[in-house]
Design a protein around this ligand. Structure first.
Ligand SMILES: Cc1cc2nc3c(=O)[nH]c(=O)nc-3n(C[C@H](O)[C@H](O)[C@H](O)COP(=O)(O)OP(=O)(O)OC[C@H]3O[C@@H](n4cnc5c(N)ncnc54)[C@H](O)[C@@H]3O)c2cc1C
Length: 309
Protein backbone atom coordinates (compact mmCIF):
# COMPACT_ATOMS: atom_id res chain seq x y z
CA UNK A 1 0.00 0.00 0.00
CA UNK A 2 1.37 3.43 -0.95
CA UNK A 3 1.26 6.15 1.67
CA UNK A 4 0.88 9.88 1.09
CA UNK A 5 3.95 11.97 0.41
CA UNK A 6 5.64 14.06 3.11
CA UNK A 7 7.69 17.23 3.00
CA UNK A 8 10.16 15.66 5.44
CA UNK A 9 10.72 12.12 6.68
CA UNK A 10 12.76 11.71 9.84
CA UNK A 11 14.23 8.24 10.22
CA UNK A 12 14.91 7.66 13.92
CA UNK A 13 13.20 9.23 16.91
CA UNK A 14 15.89 9.66 19.56
CA UNK A 15 16.74 13.10 20.98
CA UNK A 16 17.91 14.32 17.52
CA UNK A 17 14.95 13.10 15.48
CA UNK A 18 12.24 13.98 18.02
CA UNK A 19 13.62 17.49 18.47
CA UNK A 20 13.60 17.99 14.69
CA UNK A 21 10.00 16.75 14.56
CA UNK A 22 8.93 19.22 17.25
CA UNK A 23 10.30 22.25 15.41
CA UNK A 24 8.99 21.02 12.03
CA UNK A 25 5.57 20.40 13.59
CA UNK A 26 5.51 23.91 14.97
CA UNK A 27 6.38 25.17 11.48
CA UNK A 28 3.46 23.16 10.08
CA UNK A 29 5.74 21.15 7.80
CA UNK A 30 4.18 17.82 6.86
CA UNK A 31 6.55 15.40 8.60
CA UNK A 32 6.72 11.64 9.07
CA UNK A 33 8.73 10.17 11.96
CA UNK A 34 9.68 6.50 11.65
CA UNK A 35 11.01 5.14 14.91
CA UNK A 36 11.89 1.75 16.36
CA UNK A 37 11.94 3.40 19.83
CA UNK A 38 15.28 2.09 20.98
CA UNK A 39 17.50 5.11 21.79
CA UNK A 40 21.14 4.32 22.55
CA UNK A 41 20.94 5.32 26.21
CA UNK A 42 17.82 3.29 27.01
CA UNK A 43 19.91 0.80 28.99
CA UNK A 44 20.97 3.42 31.51
CA UNK A 45 18.82 4.63 34.38
CA UNK A 46 19.61 8.36 34.45
CA UNK A 47 20.37 10.77 31.63
CA UNK A 48 22.62 13.63 32.68
CA UNK A 49 23.77 17.01 31.42
CA UNK A 50 20.67 18.20 29.58
CA UNK A 51 19.36 21.28 31.37
CA UNK A 52 15.85 20.77 32.87
CA UNK A 53 16.06 16.98 32.24
CA UNK A 54 19.15 16.19 34.34
CA UNK A 55 18.83 12.81 36.08
CA UNK A 56 15.66 11.67 34.33
CA UNK A 57 15.32 8.18 32.89
CA UNK A 58 16.06 8.33 29.12
CA UNK A 59 12.74 6.65 28.29
CA UNK A 60 10.86 9.17 30.43
CA UNK A 61 12.39 11.98 28.33
CA UNK A 62 11.39 10.05 25.20
CA UNK A 63 7.80 9.47 26.35
CA UNK A 64 7.33 13.13 27.25
CA UNK A 65 8.72 14.13 23.84
CA UNK A 66 6.44 11.68 22.06
CA UNK A 67 3.39 13.02 23.93
CA UNK A 68 4.32 16.63 23.16
CA UNK A 69 4.46 15.85 19.43
CA UNK A 70 0.78 14.78 19.43
CA UNK A 71 -0.17 18.47 19.73
CA UNK A 72 1.13 19.13 16.19
CA UNK A 73 -1.17 17.87 13.39
CA UNK A 74 1.58 18.15 10.76
CA UNK A 75 3.62 15.43 12.49
CA UNK A 76 2.71 11.83 11.70
CA UNK A 77 4.55 9.44 14.07
CA UNK A 78 4.73 5.70 13.44
CA UNK A 79 6.66 2.98 15.25
CA UNK A 80 7.99 1.44 12.07
CA UNK A 81 11.47 0.45 10.99
CA UNK A 82 12.85 2.06 7.84
CA UNK A 83 14.30 -0.80 5.80
CA UNK A 84 15.48 0.99 2.67
CA UNK A 85 16.20 4.57 1.64
CA UNK A 86 16.42 5.38 -2.06
CA UNK A 87 17.41 8.70 -3.59
CA UNK A 88 15.19 9.56 -6.58
CA UNK A 89 16.01 12.19 -9.25
CA UNK A 90 14.02 14.55 -6.99
CA UNK A 91 13.31 13.47 -3.44
CA UNK A 92 13.45 10.08 -1.75
CA UNK A 93 11.58 6.86 -1.15
CA UNK A 94 11.59 5.19 2.25
CA UNK A 95 10.45 1.59 2.57
CA UNK A 96 9.20 -0.09 5.71
CA UNK A 97 7.83 -3.64 5.96
CA UNK A 98 4.33 -2.18 5.63
CA UNK A 99 4.59 0.74 3.24
CA UNK A 100 6.52 2.91 0.82
CA UNK A 101 6.71 6.61 1.68
CA UNK A 102 7.89 9.42 -0.57
CA UNK A 103 9.33 12.74 0.49
CA UNK A 104 11.32 15.77 -0.61
CA UNK A 105 13.73 15.67 2.32
CA UNK A 106 15.09 13.00 4.69
CA UNK A 107 16.82 13.35 8.01
CA UNK A 108 18.82 10.33 9.06
CA UNK A 109 18.76 10.29 12.88
CA UNK A 110 19.18 6.58 13.53
CA UNK A 111 22.12 6.82 15.93
CA UNK A 112 24.73 4.19 16.78
CA UNK A 113 24.45 0.75 18.39
CA UNK A 114 26.94 -0.40 21.01
CA UNK A 115 28.30 -3.94 20.95
CA UNK A 116 29.29 -4.71 24.53
CA UNK A 117 29.01 -8.50 24.16
CA UNK A 118 31.47 -8.26 21.23
CA UNK A 119 34.18 -6.91 23.56
CA UNK A 120 34.42 -10.36 25.07
CA UNK A 121 34.69 -9.51 28.77
CA UNK A 122 32.33 -11.81 30.69
CA UNK A 123 29.99 -9.81 32.92
CA UNK A 124 30.56 -6.45 31.17
CA UNK A 125 27.08 -6.32 29.59
CA UNK A 126 25.49 -6.57 33.05
CA UNK A 127 27.23 -3.43 34.36
CA UNK A 128 27.15 -1.28 31.20
CA UNK A 129 24.93 1.74 31.72
CA UNK A 130 24.39 0.80 35.40
CA UNK A 131 27.82 1.34 36.96
CA UNK A 132 30.18 1.30 33.96
CA UNK A 133 29.59 4.10 31.48
CA UNK A 134 30.94 5.27 28.14
CA UNK A 135 31.25 8.97 28.95
CA UNK A 136 32.45 10.91 32.02
CA UNK A 137 30.43 14.01 31.10
CA UNK A 138 27.32 11.82 31.37
CA UNK A 139 28.17 9.96 34.60
CA UNK A 140 31.52 11.19 35.95
CA UNK A 141 29.85 13.28 38.65
CA UNK A 142 28.02 10.24 40.07
CA UNK A 143 31.23 8.17 39.92
CA UNK A 144 33.41 10.84 41.50
CA UNK A 145 35.88 9.71 44.20
CA UNK A 146 34.91 6.05 43.83
CA UNK A 147 37.24 3.12 43.14
CA UNK A 148 37.10 3.12 39.34
CA UNK A 149 38.08 0.85 36.47
CA UNK A 150 38.72 1.91 32.90
CA UNK A 151 38.27 -0.86 30.34
CA UNK A 152 39.77 -0.65 26.86
CA UNK A 153 42.57 -1.53 24.49
CA UNK A 154 46.25 -1.01 25.36
CA UNK A 155 46.03 2.27 23.45
CA UNK A 156 42.73 3.61 24.79
CA UNK A 157 42.46 2.48 28.44
CA UNK A 158 45.69 4.14 29.73
CA UNK A 159 45.00 7.43 27.94
CA UNK A 160 41.39 7.53 29.06
CA UNK A 161 42.30 6.71 32.67
CA UNK A 162 44.21 10.02 32.66
CA UNK A 163 40.91 11.84 31.92
CA UNK A 164 39.03 9.85 34.55
CA UNK A 165 41.69 10.81 37.12
CA UNK A 166 40.01 14.25 37.09
CA UNK A 167 36.94 12.66 38.72
CA UNK A 168 38.64 10.10 40.98
CA UNK A 169 42.22 9.57 42.15
CA UNK A 170 41.61 5.81 42.52
CA UNK A 171 41.71 4.57 38.93
CA UNK A 172 42.93 1.29 37.44
CA UNK A 173 43.18 0.79 33.67
CA UNK A 174 42.37 -2.75 32.47
CA UNK A 175 43.64 -3.72 28.99
CA UNK A 176 42.26 -7.29 29.11
CA UNK A 177 45.33 -9.14 27.82
CA UNK A 178 46.82 -6.37 25.68
CA UNK A 179 50.37 -5.19 26.41
CA UNK A 180 50.98 -1.44 26.63
CA UNK A 181 53.89 -0.64 24.36
CA UNK A 182 54.82 2.70 25.94
CA UNK A 183 56.62 2.15 29.32
CA UNK A 184 56.98 5.92 29.76
CA UNK A 185 53.20 6.32 29.71
CA UNK A 186 52.79 3.53 32.28
CA UNK A 187 55.40 5.23 34.52
CA UNK A 188 53.73 8.59 34.03
CA UNK A 189 50.34 7.15 35.06
CA UNK A 190 51.93 5.37 38.03
CA UNK A 191 53.28 8.73 39.24
CA UNK A 192 49.67 9.85 39.57
CA UNK A 193 48.64 6.59 41.26
CA UNK A 194 47.04 5.01 38.19
CA UNK A 195 47.82 1.32 37.83
CA UNK A 196 47.65 -0.48 34.47
CA UNK A 197 46.61 -4.14 34.63
CA UNK A 198 47.29 -6.09 31.43
CA UNK A 199 46.12 -9.47 32.73
CA UNK A 200 43.05 -10.92 31.01
CA UNK A 201 39.78 -10.48 32.85
CA UNK A 202 38.06 -13.74 33.75
CA UNK A 203 34.80 -12.23 34.94
CA UNK A 204 33.26 -8.99 36.17
CA UNK A 205 31.44 -9.58 39.42
CA UNK A 206 28.34 -7.44 39.94
CA UNK A 207 25.03 -7.30 41.75
CA UNK A 208 21.99 -5.81 39.97
CA UNK A 209 24.31 -3.96 37.60
CA UNK A 210 26.52 -2.62 40.38
CA UNK A 211 30.19 -3.47 39.77
CA UNK A 212 31.74 -5.18 42.78
CA UNK A 213 35.03 -6.69 41.66
CA UNK A 214 37.07 -7.76 38.68
CA UNK A 215 38.33 -11.32 38.70
CA UNK A 216 41.52 -11.78 36.67
CA UNK A 217 42.64 -14.98 34.96
CA UNK A 218 45.64 -15.19 37.32
CA UNK A 219 43.18 -15.45 40.22
CA UNK A 220 43.45 -11.91 41.57
CA UNK A 221 40.25 -10.19 42.67
CA UNK A 222 40.28 -6.39 42.32
CA UNK A 223 37.54 -4.50 44.14
CA UNK A 224 36.02 -1.65 42.11
CA UNK A 225 32.86 0.44 42.57
CA UNK A 226 32.31 1.63 39.02
CA UNK A 227 34.05 2.41 35.79
CA UNK A 228 34.23 3.65 32.25
CA UNK A 229 34.28 1.99 28.86
CA UNK A 230 35.36 4.66 26.38
CA UNK A 231 35.09 2.39 23.32
CA UNK A 232 31.80 0.44 23.36
CA UNK A 233 32.54 -0.93 19.84
CA UNK A 234 29.64 1.00 18.39
CA UNK A 235 28.57 0.93 14.76
CA UNK A 236 26.02 2.92 12.78
CA UNK A 237 22.51 1.63 13.44
CA UNK A 238 21.69 1.83 9.71
CA UNK A 239 23.76 1.85 6.53
CA UNK A 240 21.56 4.34 4.64
CA UNK A 241 24.20 7.09 4.39
CA UNK A 242 26.95 4.60 3.56
CA UNK A 243 24.90 3.02 0.77
CA UNK A 244 24.16 6.47 -0.68
CA UNK A 245 27.91 7.07 -0.82
CA UNK A 246 28.05 9.99 1.63
CA UNK A 247 31.70 10.74 2.38
CA UNK A 248 33.27 10.76 5.82
CA UNK A 249 36.11 12.79 7.27
CA UNK A 250 38.07 12.51 10.51
CA UNK A 251 36.79 14.98 13.12
CA UNK A 252 37.12 15.65 16.87
CA UNK A 253 38.68 12.90 19.01
CA UNK A 254 39.69 11.07 15.80
CA UNK A 255 36.10 10.04 15.14
CA UNK A 256 34.59 9.67 11.65
CA UNK A 257 32.08 12.37 10.76
CA UNK A 258 29.81 12.43 7.72
CA UNK A 259 30.62 15.42 5.55
CA UNK A 260 27.72 17.89 5.82
CA UNK A 261 27.33 21.64 5.40
CA UNK A 262 26.38 24.11 8.15
CA UNK A 263 22.74 22.91 7.89
CA UNK A 264 23.83 19.26 8.29
CA UNK A 265 22.82 18.69 4.66
CA UNK A 266 24.93 16.19 2.75
CA UNK A 267 26.13 16.48 -0.82
CA UNK A 268 22.85 14.84 -1.83
CA UNK A 269 20.33 17.69 -1.87
CA UNK A 270 17.59 17.12 0.69
CA UNK A 271 19.51 14.49 2.70
CA UNK A 272 20.44 15.51 6.24
CA UNK A 273 22.28 13.56 8.97
CA UNK A 274 22.00 14.50 12.64
CA UNK A 275 22.92 13.32 16.13
CA UNK A 276 25.05 10.24 16.75
CA UNK A 277 24.30 9.04 13.20
CA UNK A 278 26.48 11.89 11.93
CA UNK A 279 29.47 11.59 14.26
CA UNK A 280 29.27 8.44 16.39
CA UNK A 281 28.65 10.28 19.66
CA UNK A 282 26.81 13.55 20.30
CA UNK A 283 25.14 13.36 23.71
CA UNK A 284 21.51 14.16 24.37
CA UNK A 285 21.61 17.98 24.51
CA UNK A 286 23.79 18.39 21.38
CA UNK A 287 21.52 15.92 19.52
CA UNK A 288 18.46 17.93 20.53
CA UNK A 289 20.23 21.10 19.38
CA UNK A 290 21.12 19.58 15.99
CA UNK A 291 17.54 18.41 15.47
CA UNK A 292 16.25 21.88 16.21
CA UNK A 293 18.81 23.60 13.96
CA UNK A 294 18.17 21.28 11.02
CA UNK A 295 14.40 21.71 11.32
CA UNK A 296 14.79 25.50 11.20
CA UNK A 297 17.11 25.24 8.17
CA UNK A 298 14.66 22.96 6.36
CA UNK A 299 11.77 25.32 7.15
CA UNK A 300 13.76 28.22 5.64
CA UNK A 301 14.40 26.13 2.51
CA UNK A 302 10.70 25.28 2.16
CA UNK A 303 9.62 28.91 2.69
CA UNK A 304 12.04 30.06 -0.02
CA UNK A 305 10.94 27.30 -2.43
CA UNK A 306 7.25 28.09 -1.92
CA UNK A 307 7.92 31.81 -2.37
CA UNK A 308 9.40 31.15 -5.80
CA UNK A 309 6.41 29.09 -7.03
C1 LIG B 1 25.04 3.89 28.59
C2 LIG B 1 24.87 5.25 27.97
C3 LIG B 1 24.65 6.34 28.77
C4 LIG B 1 24.53 7.60 28.21
N1 LIG B 1 24.30 8.66 29.03
C5 LIG B 1 24.17 9.88 28.51
C6 LIG B 1 23.93 10.99 29.37
O1 LIG B 1 23.82 10.85 30.59
N2 LIG B 1 23.88 12.23 28.80
C7 LIG B 1 24.04 12.41 27.44
O2 LIG B 1 23.97 13.55 26.98
N3 LIG B 1 24.23 11.36 26.61
C8 LIG B 1 24.30 10.11 27.10
N4 LIG B 1 24.50 9.05 26.27
C9 LIG B 1 24.65 9.30 24.81
C10 LIG B 1 23.26 9.43 24.15
O3 LIG B 1 22.51 8.28 24.40
C11 LIG B 1 23.37 9.64 22.65
O4 LIG B 1 24.38 10.58 22.30
C12 LIG B 1 22.01 10.13 22.11
O5 LIG B 1 21.01 9.19 22.44
C13 LIG B 1 22.06 10.35 20.60
O6 LIG B 1 20.78 10.69 20.16
P1 LIG B 1 20.32 10.30 18.68
O7 LIG B 1 18.93 10.83 18.54
O8 LIG B 1 21.32 10.73 17.70
O9 LIG B 1 20.33 8.70 18.62
P2 LIG B 1 19.55 7.62 19.49
O10 LIG B 1 19.20 8.14 20.83
O11 LIG B 1 20.34 6.37 19.45
O12 LIG B 1 18.18 7.42 18.71
C14 LIG B 1 18.13 6.76 17.46
C15 LIG B 1 16.71 6.32 17.24
O13 LIG B 1 16.57 5.80 15.90
C16 LIG B 1 15.83 4.60 15.95
N5 LIG B 1 16.16 3.81 14.76
C17 LIG B 1 17.34 3.17 14.49
N6 LIG B 1 17.27 2.56 13.30
C18 LIG B 1 16.03 2.81 12.81
C19 LIG B 1 15.34 2.45 11.61
N7 LIG B 1 15.93 1.70 10.67
N8 LIG B 1 14.06 2.88 11.42
C20 LIG B 1 13.45 3.65 12.37
N9 LIG B 1 14.06 4.02 13.53
C21 LIG B 1 15.31 3.60 13.73
C22 LIG B 1 16.22 3.97 17.28
O14 LIG B 1 15.26 3.03 17.72
C23 LIG B 1 16.28 5.20 18.19
O15 LIG B 1 15.01 5.49 18.72
C24 LIG B 1 24.62 7.77 26.80
C25 LIG B 1 24.81 6.64 25.98
C26 LIG B 1 24.94 5.40 26.55
C27 LIG B 1 25.16 4.22 25.66
Amino acid sequence: MNEPSFEVIIIGGGPAGMSAALVLGRSRIKTLVLNTESPRNKITTHSHGFLTQDGKHPMEIFEVGKKQLTKYPAVHYVSEKAMKLTALPTGFEVHTARAKYTTERVEIATGYTDNIAGIGIPGLTEVYGKSVYPCPFCDGFEMADKKLAVFGSAEIAPMFSKKIWHWSKDVIAFTHGEKVSDPELVANLADKGIQVIEEKIKHIISENGQLKAIELEDGRLINREGGFLPDPKATESTDFALKLGIKKEVGRFGRDFYVVDENKETEIKGLFIIGDARNGWSGVAPSVAEGSEVAAAITHQIIEANWMK
